[in-house]
Write a protein that binds this ligand. Structure first.
Ligand SMILES: [Cu+2]
Length: 114
């Protein structure tokens, strides 16, 4: 009897773990490198929470999303986790806002929210 309860308990734990995984936000890896973000077009769904895992491969870049009033520094060797949930379809620009050399002005991209 005791063993059966244990088994039932672990089955419930597995179900709980699966539910937690199903609810965990989708993670999207982004890299920054003179003078581009990869990917530089990121499709998102309105209302879907995602976590960006952003890393710089070479320099202290910035990551700025003006429409969401969101920014972070990107330092080589560190991974920045940035949670976002776009609220409406449209195009959300992002750009490097830390001068990183000739070509910095074109270091940008956008979220394509549908
Ligand atoms: Cu830059």
């Amino acid at each position: 009897m005791k063993r059966r309860q244990l088994l039932l308990g672990s089955a419930a734990a597995v179900v709980a773990l699966k539910a937690a995984r199903a609810q965990a936000p989708r993670e999207i890896e982004v890299t920054a490198q003179r003078f581009r973000f990869t990917p530089n077009v990121i499709p998102l769904k309105a209302g879907e929470p995602v976590v960006l895992l952003i890393r710089s491969l070479d320099f202290a870049h910035g990551f700025f999303v003006p429409d969401l009033d969101l920014r972070t520094d990107l330092m080589p060797g560190r991974v920045i986790r940035l949670a976002i949930t776009p609220q409406a379809p449209g195009r959300l620009a992002f750009l490097c806002d830390n001068f990183c050399g000739d070509g910095h002005e074109g270091m940008d991209g956008h979220f394509d929210v549908t």
